[in-house]
Design a protein around this ligand. Structure first.
Ligand code: GLY
Length: 356
Protein backbone atom coordinates (compact mmCIF):
# COMPACT_ATOMS: atom_id res chain seq x y z
CA UNK A 1 0.00 0.00 0.00
CA UNK A 2 2.82 2.43 0.88
CA UNK A 3 3.87 2.44 -2.82
CA UNK A 4 0.70 4.36 -3.58
CA UNK A 5 1.35 6.93 -0.87
CA UNK A 6 3.02 10.11 -2.11
CA UNK A 7 4.93 12.36 0.27
CA UNK A 8 5.74 16.05 -0.02
CA UNK A 9 8.16 17.83 2.32
CA UNK A 10 7.24 21.32 3.50
CA UNK A 11 10.46 23.03 4.61
CA UNK A 12 9.07 25.56 7.08
CA UNK A 13 9.88 25.84 10.78
CA UNK A 14 9.14 23.17 11.80
CA UNK A 15 9.45 21.18 8.56
CA UNK A 16 6.86 18.46 8.04
CA UNK A 17 5.66 15.82 5.61
CA UNK A 18 2.33 15.75 3.80
CA UNK A 19 1.40 12.13 2.97
CA UNK A 20 -1.31 11.54 0.37
CA UNK A 21 -2.87 8.18 -0.51
CA UNK A 22 -5.45 5.52 0.34
CA UNK A 23 -5.83 3.87 3.73
CA UNK A 24 -3.90 6.45 5.76
CA UNK A 25 -6.48 6.82 8.53
CA UNK A 26 -6.24 3.10 9.29
CA UNK A 27 -2.47 3.37 9.78
CA UNK A 28 -2.35 6.88 11.21
CA UNK A 29 -1.21 5.62 14.63
CA UNK A 30 1.99 3.99 13.41
CA UNK A 31 2.74 6.90 11.04
CA UNK A 32 2.26 9.49 13.78
CA UNK A 33 4.26 7.55 16.37
CA UNK A 34 7.31 8.03 14.12
CA UNK A 35 6.70 11.79 14.07
CA UNK A 36 5.39 12.52 17.58
CA UNK A 37 6.67 9.71 19.77
CA UNK A 38 3.92 8.36 22.02
CA UNK A 39 2.03 11.10 23.86
CA UNK A 40 -1.52 12.14 24.71
CA UNK A 41 -3.46 13.17 21.60
CA UNK A 42 -6.80 15.00 21.51
CA UNK A 43 -8.73 14.25 18.32
CA UNK A 44 -11.00 17.20 17.42
CA UNK A 45 -13.70 16.54 14.86
CA UNK A 46 -17.26 17.51 13.93
CA UNK A 47 -20.61 15.74 14.12
CA UNK A 48 -20.52 14.79 10.40
CA UNK A 49 -17.04 13.26 10.41
CA UNK A 50 -17.18 11.58 13.84
CA UNK A 51 -19.56 8.74 12.85
CA UNK A 52 -17.50 8.06 9.70
CA UNK A 53 -13.88 8.12 10.88
CA UNK A 54 -13.44 8.85 14.58
CA UNK A 55 -13.54 5.14 15.51
CA UNK A 56 -10.91 4.07 13.00
CA UNK A 57 -8.62 6.97 13.95
CA UNK A 58 -8.85 6.50 17.73
CA UNK A 59 -8.42 2.73 17.27
CA UNK A 60 -5.28 3.16 15.21
CA UNK A 61 -3.83 5.73 17.64
CA UNK A 62 -4.55 3.55 20.69
CA UNK A 63 -3.02 0.48 19.03
CA UNK A 64 0.11 2.52 18.37
CA UNK A 65 0.39 3.38 22.08
CA UNK A 66 -1.13 6.89 22.24
CA UNK A 67 -3.42 8.01 25.06
CA UNK A 68 -6.46 9.32 23.14
CA UNK A 69 -9.22 11.81 24.02
CA UNK A 70 -11.78 13.05 21.53
CA UNK A 71 -14.02 16.11 21.22
CA UNK A 72 -16.91 16.48 18.76
CA UNK A 73 -18.53 19.83 17.90
CA UNK A 74 -21.56 20.50 15.65
CA UNK A 75 -20.73 20.74 11.93
CA UNK A 76 -20.69 24.03 10.04
CA UNK A 77 -18.87 27.27 9.26
CA UNK A 78 -21.34 29.04 11.58
CA UNK A 79 -19.66 27.13 14.46
CA UNK A 80 -16.19 28.48 13.63
CA UNK A 81 -16.38 30.98 16.46
CA UNK A 82 -15.18 31.82 19.97
CA UNK A 83 -17.78 29.59 21.65
CA UNK A 84 -16.54 26.46 19.89
CA UNK A 85 -12.91 27.46 20.34
CA UNK A 86 -13.53 28.01 24.04
CA UNK A 87 -15.18 24.56 24.30
CA UNK A 88 -12.13 22.93 22.69
CA UNK A 89 -9.67 24.79 24.94
CA UNK A 90 -11.58 23.88 28.11
CA UNK A 91 -11.61 20.27 26.93
CA UNK A 92 -7.83 20.23 26.36
CA UNK A 93 -7.35 21.61 29.87
CA UNK A 94 -9.82 19.14 31.46
CA UNK A 95 -8.02 16.28 29.70
CA UNK A 96 -4.74 17.66 31.06
CA UNK A 97 -2.85 17.82 27.79
CA UNK A 98 0.68 19.12 28.35
CA UNK A 99 3.21 20.89 26.16
CA UNK A 100 4.56 17.60 24.76
CA UNK A 101 1.08 16.42 23.71
CA UNK A 102 -0.73 16.98 20.42
CA UNK A 103 -4.05 18.05 18.89
CA UNK A 104 -5.26 15.98 15.93
CA UNK A 105 -7.63 17.83 13.56
CA UNK A 106 -9.84 15.25 11.83
CA UNK A 107 -12.11 16.75 9.19
CA UNK A 108 -12.52 19.59 6.72
CA UNK A 109 -11.43 23.20 6.66
CA UNK A 110 -13.52 24.37 9.63
CA UNK A 111 -12.14 21.61 11.88
CA UNK A 112 -8.56 22.16 10.72
CA UNK A 113 -8.80 25.90 11.30
CA UNK A 114 -10.35 25.66 14.77
CA UNK A 115 -8.37 22.70 16.11
CA UNK A 116 -5.21 24.32 14.72
CA UNK A 117 -6.04 27.63 16.42
CA UNK A 118 -6.75 25.83 19.70
CA UNK A 119 -3.35 24.08 19.45
CA UNK A 120 -1.66 27.40 18.66
CA UNK A 121 -2.93 29.11 21.82
CA UNK A 122 -3.34 26.25 24.34
CA UNK A 123 -0.39 26.49 26.77
CA UNK A 124 0.96 29.12 24.32
CA UNK A 125 1.25 26.45 21.63
CA UNK A 126 1.33 22.66 21.38
CA UNK A 127 1.73 20.46 18.32
CA UNK A 128 -1.06 19.81 15.84
CA UNK A 129 -1.52 17.13 13.19
CA UNK A 130 -3.94 17.60 10.30
CA UNK A 131 -6.01 14.66 8.99
CA UNK A 132 -8.02 16.29 6.16
CA UNK A 133 -11.15 14.40 5.09
CA UNK A 134 -12.46 16.81 2.43
CA UNK A 135 -10.98 17.79 -0.92
CA UNK A 136 -10.85 21.42 0.20
CA UNK A 137 -8.78 20.69 3.29
CA UNK A 138 -6.61 18.24 1.33
CA UNK A 139 -5.63 20.66 -1.45
CA UNK A 140 -5.44 23.81 0.62
CA UNK A 141 -6.31 24.43 4.25
CA UNK A 142 -4.50 21.52 5.96
CA UNK A 143 -1.15 22.71 4.56
CA UNK A 144 0.61 25.96 5.39
CA UNK A 145 -0.27 26.54 9.03
CA UNK A 146 -3.07 29.10 8.78
CA UNK A 147 -5.56 28.68 11.62
CA UNK A 148 -8.48 30.96 12.47
CA UNK A 149 -12.02 31.54 13.63
CA UNK A 150 -14.58 33.97 12.19
CA UNK A 151 -15.67 37.15 13.95
CA UNK A 152 -18.98 38.97 13.45
CA UNK A 153 -17.11 41.49 11.29
CA UNK A 154 -15.79 38.86 8.89
CA UNK A 155 -14.16 35.57 8.11
CA UNK A 156 -10.91 34.32 9.66
CA UNK A 157 -10.34 37.61 11.49
CA UNK A 158 -8.77 35.99 14.60
CA UNK A 159 -6.12 33.34 14.17
CA UNK A 160 -2.49 32.30 14.27
CA UNK A 161 0.13 30.60 12.16
CA UNK A 162 0.95 27.09 13.39
CA UNK A 163 2.64 24.74 10.94
CA UNK A 164 1.35 21.18 11.54
CA UNK A 165 3.69 18.43 12.74
CA UNK A 166 2.36 16.23 9.92
CA UNK A 167 -0.49 16.03 7.41
CA UNK A 168 -1.99 12.64 6.50
CA UNK A 169 -4.45 12.90 3.64
CA UNK A 170 -6.40 9.65 3.19
CA UNK A 171 -7.82 9.77 -0.33
CA UNK A 172 -10.38 7.07 0.54
CA UNK A 173 -12.27 9.77 2.49
CA UNK A 174 -13.09 11.56 -0.76
CA UNK A 175 -15.42 8.70 -1.73
CA UNK A 176 -17.86 9.58 1.04
CA UNK A 177 -18.12 13.26 0.08
CA UNK A 178 -21.47 14.58 -1.21
CA UNK A 179 -21.03 16.12 -4.70
CA UNK A 180 -21.37 19.70 -3.47
CA UNK A 181 -18.70 19.17 -0.79
CA UNK A 182 -16.37 17.64 -3.41
CA UNK A 183 -17.08 20.64 -5.67
CA UNK A 184 -16.17 22.96 -2.80
CA UNK A 185 -12.63 21.54 -2.84
CA UNK A 186 -12.50 21.62 -6.63
CA UNK A 187 -12.79 25.42 -6.39
CA UNK A 188 -9.54 25.75 -4.39
CA UNK A 189 -7.84 23.25 -6.72
CA UNK A 190 -8.97 25.16 -9.83
CA UNK A 191 -7.71 28.34 -8.16
CA UNK A 192 -4.31 26.64 -7.82
CA UNK A 193 -4.30 25.78 -11.52
CA UNK A 194 -5.09 29.39 -12.49
CA UNK A 195 -2.26 30.57 -10.22
CA UNK A 196 0.42 28.11 -11.10
CA UNK A 197 0.16 25.93 -14.14
CA UNK A 198 -2.00 25.62 -17.25
CA UNK A 199 -1.31 21.85 -17.27
CA UNK A 200 -2.80 21.52 -13.78
CA UNK A 201 -5.78 23.67 -14.77
CA UNK A 202 -6.51 21.39 -17.73
CA UNK A 203 -6.95 18.43 -15.32
CA UNK A 204 -10.13 20.14 -14.10
CA UNK A 205 -11.36 20.54 -17.66
CA UNK A 206 -10.79 16.91 -18.65
CA UNK A 207 -12.20 15.12 -15.56
CA UNK A 208 -8.84 13.95 -14.09
CA UNK A 209 -9.80 15.43 -10.73
CA UNK A 210 -12.58 12.89 -10.21
CA UNK A 211 -10.68 10.01 -11.83
CA UNK A 212 -7.36 10.47 -9.98
CA UNK A 213 -7.82 12.91 -7.09
CA UNK A 214 -4.58 11.83 -5.36
CA UNK A 215 -2.50 13.03 -8.32
CA UNK A 216 -4.26 16.38 -8.37
CA UNK A 217 -3.99 16.85 -4.60
CA UNK A 218 -0.24 16.12 -4.74
CA UNK A 219 0.29 18.72 -7.48
CA UNK A 220 -1.71 21.36 -5.60
CA UNK A 221 0.12 20.63 -2.33
CA UNK A 222 3.54 20.70 -4.03
CA UNK A 223 2.77 24.16 -5.44
CA UNK A 224 1.44 25.45 -2.13
CA UNK A 225 4.42 24.00 -0.22
CA UNK A 226 6.81 26.03 -2.38
CA UNK A 227 4.89 29.25 -1.86
CA UNK A 228 4.64 28.71 1.92
CA UNK A 229 8.34 27.88 2.20
CA UNK A 230 9.22 31.18 0.50
CA UNK A 231 6.67 33.27 2.44
CA UNK A 232 5.46 31.46 5.56
CA UNK A 233 3.65 34.43 7.17
CA UNK A 234 2.00 35.89 4.04
CA UNK A 235 4.11 39.00 3.72
CA UNK A 236 4.33 38.81 -0.05
CA UNK A 237 4.04 35.87 -2.48
CA UNK A 238 1.64 33.86 -0.30
CA UNK A 239 -0.98 36.56 -0.82
CA UNK A 240 -1.40 35.11 -4.33
CA UNK A 241 -3.15 32.12 -2.71
CA UNK A 242 -6.02 34.50 -1.93
CA UNK A 243 -7.05 34.56 -5.60
CA UNK A 244 -10.86 34.82 -5.69
CA UNK A 245 -11.03 35.24 -1.91
CA UNK A 246 -11.73 38.99 -1.55
CA UNK A 247 -15.08 38.69 -3.33
CA UNK A 248 -15.43 35.09 -2.11
CA UNK A 249 -15.22 36.04 1.56
CA UNK A 250 -17.65 38.92 0.93
CA UNK A 251 -20.16 36.46 -0.59
CA UNK A 252 -19.77 34.07 2.36
CA UNK A 253 -20.29 36.89 4.84
CA UNK A 254 -23.33 38.33 2.97
CA UNK A 255 -24.93 34.86 2.97
CA UNK A 256 -24.42 34.45 6.73
CA UNK A 257 -22.03 31.61 5.80
CA UNK A 258 -24.86 29.66 4.15
CA UNK A 259 -22.86 29.64 0.88
CA UNK A 260 -19.91 27.32 1.47
CA UNK A 261 -16.33 28.59 1.18
CA UNK A 262 -15.40 26.84 -2.07
CA UNK A 263 -18.60 27.89 -3.84
CA UNK A 264 -18.01 31.48 -2.75
CA UNK A 265 -14.37 31.35 -3.89
CA UNK A 266 -15.48 29.96 -7.27
CA UNK A 267 -17.85 32.88 -7.74
CA UNK A 268 -15.13 35.28 -6.54
CA UNK A 269 -12.66 33.78 -9.02
CA UNK A 270 -15.11 34.12 -11.91
CA UNK A 271 -15.86 37.73 -10.92
CA UNK A 272 -12.22 38.83 -10.67
CA UNK A 273 -11.28 37.06 -13.94
CA UNK A 274 -14.14 38.78 -15.79
CA UNK A 275 -13.31 42.12 -14.25
CA UNK A 276 -9.55 41.79 -14.98
CA UNK A 277 -10.37 41.04 -18.60
CA UNK A 278 -12.82 43.95 -18.94
CA UNK A 279 -10.39 46.37 -17.30
CA UNK A 280 -7.53 45.31 -19.60
CA UNK A 281 -5.38 43.72 -16.88
CA UNK A 282 -5.12 40.31 -18.56
CA UNK A 283 -2.72 39.45 -21.38
CA UNK A 284 -5.14 37.07 -23.07
CA UNK A 285 -8.82 36.22 -22.55
CA UNK A 286 -9.29 33.67 -19.78
CA UNK A 287 -12.58 34.57 -18.07
CA UNK A 288 -14.81 32.34 -20.24
CA UNK A 289 -12.42 29.40 -19.89
CA UNK A 290 -12.34 29.75 -16.09
CA UNK A 291 -16.14 30.08 -15.90
CA UNK A 292 -16.65 27.00 -18.12
CA UNK A 293 -14.28 24.97 -15.95
CA UNK A 294 -16.01 26.07 -12.73
CA UNK A 295 -19.42 25.19 -14.19
CA UNK A 296 -18.14 21.78 -15.35
CA UNK A 297 -17.10 21.08 -11.76
CA UNK A 298 -20.52 21.99 -10.33
CA UNK A 299 -19.53 25.48 -9.16
CA UNK A 300 -21.15 28.92 -9.52
CA UNK A 301 -19.75 31.52 -11.90
CA UNK A 302 -21.39 34.58 -10.41
CA UNK A 303 -23.42 35.93 -7.52
CA UNK A 304 -26.77 37.58 -6.93
CA UNK A 305 -25.33 40.10 -4.46
CA UNK A 306 -24.99 43.62 -5.89
CA UNK A 307 -21.55 45.20 -6.25
CA UNK A 308 -22.25 47.80 -3.52
CA UNK A 309 -23.10 45.10 -0.96
CA UNK A 310 -20.04 43.02 -1.87
CA UNK A 311 -17.70 46.02 -1.81
CA UNK A 312 -18.96 47.00 1.63
CA UNK A 313 -18.51 43.47 2.98
CA UNK A 314 -15.04 43.22 1.40
CA UNK A 315 -13.91 46.45 3.02
CA UNK A 316 -13.57 44.55 6.35
CA UNK A 317 -11.40 41.89 4.71
CA UNK A 318 -8.11 41.13 6.46
CA UNK A 319 -6.24 41.65 3.17
CA UNK A 320 -6.78 45.38 3.74
CA UNK A 321 -3.82 47.51 4.86
CA UNK A 322 -4.78 51.01 6.00
CA UNK A 323 -6.98 52.43 3.26
CA UNK A 324 -5.70 49.97 0.63
CA UNK A 325 -6.64 46.45 -0.37
CA UNK A 326 -4.52 44.01 -2.39
CA UNK A 327 -6.33 42.03 -5.07
CA UNK A 328 -4.99 38.98 -6.89
CA UNK A 329 -5.37 39.49 -10.64
CA UNK A 330 -5.12 36.68 -13.20
CA UNK A 331 -2.85 37.82 -16.05
CA UNK A 332 -2.93 34.60 -18.06
CA UNK A 333 -3.54 30.94 -17.28
CA UNK A 334 -0.88 29.94 -14.70
CA UNK A 335 0.24 33.47 -13.85
CA UNK A 336 -1.32 35.99 -11.47
CA UNK A 337 -0.16 39.25 -9.98
CA UNK A 338 -0.88 41.36 -6.87
CA UNK A 339 -2.57 44.72 -7.37
CA UNK A 340 -2.83 47.18 -4.50
CA UNK A 341 -5.59 49.78 -4.76
CA UNK A 342 -7.54 52.13 -2.50
CA UNK A 343 -10.56 50.37 -0.93
CA UNK A 344 -12.67 53.13 -2.52
CA UNK A 345 -11.78 51.73 -5.99
CA UNK A 346 -13.04 48.25 -5.18
CA UNK A 347 -16.66 48.95 -6.13
CA UNK A 348 -16.08 49.57 -9.88
CA UNK A 349 -13.73 46.57 -10.04
CA UNK A 350 -16.36 44.25 -8.56
CA UNK A 351 -19.10 45.82 -10.69
CA UNK A 352 -17.10 45.13 -13.87
CA UNK A 353 -16.92 41.44 -12.95
CA UNK A 354 -20.61 40.82 -12.29
CA UNK A 355 -22.56 39.08 -15.03
CA UNK A 356 -25.25 40.77 -17.03
N1 GLY B 1 -5.56 29.35 1.90
C1 GLY B 1 -4.54 30.28 1.57
C2 GLY B 1 -3.30 30.12 2.36
O1 GLY B 1 -3.11 29.13 3.04
O2 GLY B 1 -2.46 31.00 2.35
Amino acid sequence: MSDSIQTIQVCTSPAYTVSIGPGLLRICGQRLRDVLGTCHVAVITDSTVAPLYLGVVTGSLQTAGFAVSSYVFPTGEARKNFDTLSGILEFLAEERLTRTDCVVALGGGVTGDMAGFAAAVYLRGIRCVQLPTTLLSAVDSSVGGKTAIDLKAGKNLAGAFLQPAAVLCDTDCLRSLPPDVFADGAAEAIKTGVLSDEGLFSLFEDGTLTAAPGEVIARCVAYKAGVVERDEKEQNERRLLNLGHTVGHAIEKCSGYAIPHGHAVAAGLAVIARSAEKLGWTESPIADRIAACLAKNGLPTGTEYPAEVLAHAASADKKRTGGDITLVIPRRMGACTLKKMPVSELLPVIAAGLEG
